[in-house]
Design a protein around this ligand. Structure first.
Ligand code: URA
Ligand code: SF4
Length: 192
């Protein structure tokens, strides 16, 4: 069990617990405020993230930042963003179950230390692991589920929105629902 963020990050950056360690350029631990009340969880690093060591910095990331700005959230200020796997799967394939099983321990450590009130799952991979194994983004996006005192909500992955812009209005509604939920259950997100 970790007591300090620095200790956790140091150990995670050295992780070789699954085969993705062999092909990574940079491990992508996460970005944001470790005192945030709201956490976002994506799938795993892509090409740009692996090169820069930060989550969601490609085209999908730019779209995510736009949605965040729309509801007064800022990746460097009042939220935390992490991924299900910290190292890039080759050719951006889906992370394998075995890789997710191992890497989720780092996310658990991060979640225990951050203590978020709300976790937003970006896309199917994180929603199916963190909310329910048969989660369907198209059907269940924008719905908040209380699990052990944390509110979980799944929404469209930004990369999926780039491929399928028809879903953008629904994604925007999810972010508006998130803003409303933040004003209900969070005490300092909009003061950070
Ligand atoms: N897609 C993800 O799921 N996470 C990232 O960090 C980048 C792209
Ligand atoms: Fe470790 Fe996760 Fe990277 Fe695998 S993906 S090496 S478990 S940090």
């Amino acid at each position: 069990m970790y007591e300090s963020w620095e200790q956790l990050k140091n150990d995670c950056l050295k992780c070789t617990a699954c085969p993705l360690a062999e092909t990574r350029n940079n491990l992508v631990f996460g970005v944001g405020n470790e005192n945030a009340e709201v956490m976002f969880v994506g799938e795993g690093p892509g090409y740009n993230e692996d090169m820069q060591g930060e989550p969601f910095v490609g085209r999908g990331g730019q779209l995510l930042d736009k949605y965040l700005t729309y509801i007064d959230l800022d990746r460097h200020k009042n939220i935390y963003i992490a991924n299900m796997v910290k190292c890039r799967p080759p050719e951006n394939r889906d992370p394998k179950d075995a890789e997710l099983d191992v890497c989720i321990e780092w996310l658990r450590h991060q979640t225990r230390l951050i203590h978020p009130k709300i976790i937003v799952c970006l896309g199917r991979i994180s929603a199916q692991r963190l909310i329910s194994k048969d989660f369907r983004v198209t059907k269940e996006h924008g719905v908040f589920y209380d699990k052990g005192g944390i509110l979980f909500m799944g929404t469209f992955h930004p990369a999926a929105l780039l491929r399928n812009p028809n879903n953008k209005p629904e994604a925007l509604e999810d972010f508006l629902a998130l803003k409303k939920k933040i004003t209900e259950v969070c005490s300092h997100t909009y003061d950070l």
